[in-house]
Ligand binder design. Structure first.
Ligand code: PLP
Length: 451
């Protein structure tokens, strides 16, 4: 710990937070945010001396861990040289960040439009698709998360869209594959894949192919459950898009930059979209940054016609410097390979072993450092440990599970009836085993809520 615990300083931080900070996604009167004093690698700690193994990577963004010295130094060096410059100028650090991102994205996604985060990347990707095709509609999957701004929250396929969003036109949702709770009553991955593609094709036909600008999907669904698509699904969507002149957008804001054990999750499936959105892992969130990687064909649409988008801070030099240092460090230190190895040798087998020991675990799924344990009350019926719309009393089992993790020094990512195991890509094997041991203990608490 580079910052010594000081409980009185922590109390002052908390008091000022409660008085003046309006927190996202929260009922302000019902929260008690922990005060964080510092962080390093896979750990962060509070002012009372509690140290947590960060199995959430914050919001699944610290792929390179906290306070990576090369990234910290790069931001400091850039701040000393050029803190800001408008997006309209060519500047070394922005060109280099774009070159490095384009070098990692699949296929001909060689032009990079920088944003300040993931939702803004999604907003711009759908605007590019609409301008490129001249069509209005957007298709996206239920059980998805694309961000909290206007178009992005409408594309998001979960119950958090707020009532006024129903006014926004042009978004149509469809069901993606999810064998454990199959919307298609399928019993095998092959069947789920075939039925999901047939359902999507029906949706396209009934909506009118020539009205659809884009289909947007997460390559591996993140927030909504770490849903790895069956072999052939993304290739099938690619084929449907090609057949109907629809732009294919893959949202890799969460799954990109090493999380799945490859630079991008699309790499596992050999699929190249027309537009790819990224953020989070591009620089581990050290400075806000995201972007859209654009195909040659769509980029050419804007060769003679202005692209109507961009913000004051797009492609900010400090953010770009952190991206350059992050991508270089990931390559030099074999961090993507580390995530792949951890998934195959430690987390995958370790989590499956937990499922054998604990009757609250209904399913284990994932890859790399991108896993979910789906917790159930009853393995036979697959009834979720917490009903999806439950609050208060009914949420207690998952709260008790999370509290047990925290008490033993692990910070979990808990969403509805799932815990996502999403540590940094830099996690060591020893840290992974430490986390698995804590999960093992905490699952005994979840087990007490099963039938
Ligand atoms: N897209 C995906 C797949 C995400 O997981 C997220 C955030 O979790 C977003 C978009 C939105 O990113 P941001 O919160 O940076 O706006």
């Amino acid at each position: 710990m580079s910052t010594l615990p000081d409980p009185s300083a922590g109390a002052a931080v908390k008091a000022a937070d409660r008085a003046h900070v309006f927190h996202s996604w929260s009922a302000q009167g019902l929260i008690d945010p922990p005060a964080v004093a510092g962080a390093e690698g896979a750990y962060f700690w509070d002012y009372d001396g509690n140290r947590y193994l960060d199995f959430s990577s914050q919001l699944v963004n610290t792929n390179i861990g906290h306070q990576h010295p090369k990234v910290v130094a790069a931001v400091q060096e850039q701040a000393g040289r050029l803190c800001t410059i408008a997006p309209g100028f060519a500047v070394d650090v922005r060109s280099e960040a774009a070159r490095l991102v384009a070098g990692r994205t699949p296929g001909d996604l060689d032009k990079i439009f920088f944003t300040n985060g993931g939702a803004e990347a999604v907003e711009n990707a759908v605007r590019m698709a609409r301008l490129h095709t001249g069509r209005p509609k957007l298709l996206s999957a239920y059980r998805s998360y694309h961000g909290a701004t206007a178009a992005a929250i409408n594309l998001t396929g979960d119950p958090r869209r707020w009532p006024s969003d129903t006014a926004s036109a042009g978004v149509v949702h469809f069901w993606g594959p999810y064998l454990y709770r199959s919307p298609f009553h399928a019993t095998s991955e092959e069947e789920e894949c075939a039925r999901a593609l047939a359902h999507l094709e029906d949706t396209i036909v009934f909506e009118g192919p020539r009205t659809i600008a884009a289909i947007i999907l997460e390559s591996v669904v993140g927030t909504a459950g770490i849903l790895v698509p069956p072999a052939g699904y993304l290739a099938g969507v690619r084929e449907l898009c090609d057949r109907h002149g629809i732009v294919f957008i893959l949202d890799e804001v969460m799954s990109g930059f090493g999380r799945t054990g490859r630079w991008f999750a699309a790499d596992h499936f050999g699929v190249t979209p027309d537009l790819l959105t990224f953020a989070k892992g591009v620089n581990s969130g050290y400075v806000p940054l995201g972007g859209v990687a654009i195909s040659a064909e769509i980029a050419a649409t804007f060769d003679r016609r202005p692209y109507p988008g961009g913000l004051t801070y797009s492609g900010h030099p400090l953010a770009c410097a952190s991206a350059v240092a992050t991508i270089n460090a990931m390559a030099e230190e074999g961090i993507v390979e580390n995530a792949a190895r951890l998934g195959e040798d430690v987390l995958g087998p370790g989590l499956r072993a937990l499922a054998e020991r604990h009757r609250s675990v209904g399913e284990v799924r994932g890859m790399g450092v991108f896993w979910a344990l789906e917790l159930v009350k009853d393995r036979a019926t697959r009834e979720p440990l917490v009903p999806y719309n439950a609050a208060g009393e009914a949420a207690a089992p998952m709260n008790a599970f999370a509290a047990a993790c925290k008490k033993s020094g692990l910070w979990p990512f808990v969403n509805m009836n799932r815990t996502h195991v999403v540590p940094p890509c830099t996690l060591t094997e020893a840290e992974a085993r430490e986390g698995l041991a804590i999960l093992d203990e905490a699952l005994t608490v979840a087990d007490t809520h099963t039938v």
